[in-house]
Design a protein around this ligand. Structure first.
Ligand SMILES: [Zn+2]
Length: 282
């Protein structure tokens, strides 16, 4: 255990300035730092907010935090080490008790459950899964026109697959939807591979081999290629007319699966990225 006081003392010593560390419960922005100007004209204080699981951080992770705070985005090795450690730590967190995720697999035009069940029972398509992840349509929200779409994602921490509601339209063929679910189930079945720097690689060699083995893979790629403009056009017209008010899903967001590097002095942080990403779109 390394408590707030020990962290504060450690970072103050390492950075040779006053650092205040507070633990929080964040799962997304797990490491944030901001400078607070001193009121009496002295040196500014660096406020650092860490998720409480940093109390378990081993020595090399503590050193990486210090290095990253000192050097910023040039601390590539430290950032990679932090990313990898945070990702594992977040995966091991127990589900937050007060977090509600609404599960709604039955859409207006497509029901995700039977498709997922059918895939699970198909060992030549998919490595064996102990259990089927929860499967749900994402919330329909009115958004501005987009240039990219995240059609599906697998959130390991919740063992949840979320599919973009733009695919719940009558002109979207069921076999394409099956492909999207297959892709996300493959994430559930295969652990993320590690790249040379220790970063997670979501679409590694093994993943790609399985994916390209899927009988409708090239058909799906072609279909998406042809229909992407229409999907983009229709995505921002979706509204939540037929559904109950969406429940809050605190920690889970649909967002581009771009892993952010910690930025120097900025209040952004290394974000754990759930194992997802639709292959053609990002
Ligand atoms: Zn993916």
């Amino acid at each position: 255990m390394f408590n707030e006081g020990e962290w504060s003392a450690f970072l103050s010593r390492e950075l040779d300035s006053t650092v205040h560390v507070r633990f929080g419960r964040a799962r997304q922005r797990v490491l944030e730092a901001s400078h607070k100007p001193s009121l009496i004209g002295g040196a500014s204080v660096l406020n650092v907010r860490l998720s409480s699981f940093f109390s378990e951080a081993p020595e090399e992770v503590r050193a990486a935090v210090a290095h990253w705070l000192r050097v910023g985005r040039r601390a590539r090795k430290s950032a990679a080490l932090l990313d990898a450690w945070i990702e594992t730590a977040v995966e091991q967190l127990p589900p937050a008790a007060n977090r509600r995720i609404s599960i709604c697999p039955l859409g207006d035009h497509h029901d995700l459950t039977p498709i997922a069940l059918e895939l699970k029972g198909h060992p030549t398509h998919l490595p064996e899964l102990d259990s089927l992840p929860a499967v749900t349509w994402g919330r329909r929200t009115r958004t501005r026109a987009r240039r990219s779409l995240q059609l599906g994602c697998y959130i390991a921490a919740d063992d949840l697959i979320r599919v973009h509601p733009v695919l719940d339209q009558n002109w979207v063929p069921e076999w394409f939807l099956r492909y999207v679910l297959f892709h996300e189930l493959l994430h559930a079945a295969l652990p993320s591979e590690r790249g040379s720097t220790g970063r997670a690689v979501h679409h590694g060699q093994v993943f790609k081999r399985w994916e390209q083995n899927y009988p409708e893979y090239s058909r799906a790629v072609k279909w998406l290629d042809r229909n992407l403009p229409k999907l983009l056009r229709t995505s921002h017209r979706l509204s939540d007319r037929s559904r109950p008010a969406p429940q809050k899903t605190a920690a889970v967001q649909l967002e581009p699966a771009v892993r952010r590097r910690p930025a120097a002095r900025a209040p952004s942080s290394p974000k754990p990225s759930p194992g997802w990403l639709f292959p053609f779109l990002n």
